[in-house]
Design a protein around this ligand. Structure first.
Ligand SMILES: [Zn+2]
Length: 220
């Protein structure tokens, strides 16, 4: 039978086996120095070799950055069920671009998609109009009607905003699409806030969504 305690080779104290890290070929399957001593030793080493240690961990981290990200994502997905945006192919932002492509090519001629993170707009069409795509899920508000709030206030570059309204992050059903000319907003100086109960106010900008829903089914 394995005893429940062991004497640490460094501090010479008798400690419970739980106070020693596991090591297959160690005495009683544990390392010879206790956890506390190992920590202390590595701390002293770190203090005396700070620059070297920092450089080493920086190097290790940068060489293994993707692996680290992967681990974090996997953990997060497993534990919280949320996906990082670039992997969430069913997320509203990701879908937004694809849906936008479909819709815009029906409204404008020859729509060209800009590279990711292009400042101010996502698409440009043959007549030179710059179009920024905004996608939002419905945000519930306490004692008030829910809203879609599209952050458009600081965008002076885009000629049009294509606003895609989804119901929520988990279902991602598209509810409305508005194509709003930036000029129409210039006076208001605020973001586009569309209240669910006052949706008729935006009717003139609304685009048909039946074709969009069909193309969404292909994407998901
Ligand atoms: Zn010890």
């Amino acid at each position: 039978m394995t005893p429940k305690t062991k004497v640490c080779s460094r501090c010479k104290l008798e400690k419970s086996l739980d106070d020693f890290y596991r090591q297959k070929d160690g005495k009683f399957g544990r390392r010879s120095e206790c956890k506390k001593c190992i920590l202390e030793k590595s701390y002293i080493y770190y203090e005396n070799n700070k620059e070297y240690c920092l450089e080493k961990s920086r190097k290790y981290y940068s060489e293994n950055r993707n692996h680290h990200k992967e681990l974090t994502y996997n953990w997060r997905y497993k534990n919280t069920n949320t996906m990082p945006m670039h992997k969430a192919t069913y997320s509203s932002d990701y879908l937004g671009i694809y849906i936008a492509e479909q819709i815009l090519s029906k409204v404008f001629k020859n729509v060209t998609r800009m590279p990711n993170n292009n400042p101010g707009y996502d698409f440009i069409c043959s007549n030179g109009y710059k179009i920024d795509v905004k996608s939002r899920c419905l945000t519930p508000r306490k004692n008030r009607s829910s809203v879609w709030r599209f952050c458009t206030r600081y965008n002076k570059i885009a000629d049009y905003f294509l606003c895609l309204a989804f119901d929520n992050r988990s279902d991602l059903n598209i509810k409305h699409l508005w194509l709003i000319k930036n000029d129409e907003l210039r006076q208001s100086k605020s973001d586009i806030t569309i209240t669910e109960s006052k949706i008729d106010k935006w009717k003139e900008f609304e685009q048909p969504i039946d074709k969009v829903i069909a193309c969404m089914k292909e994407i998901i």
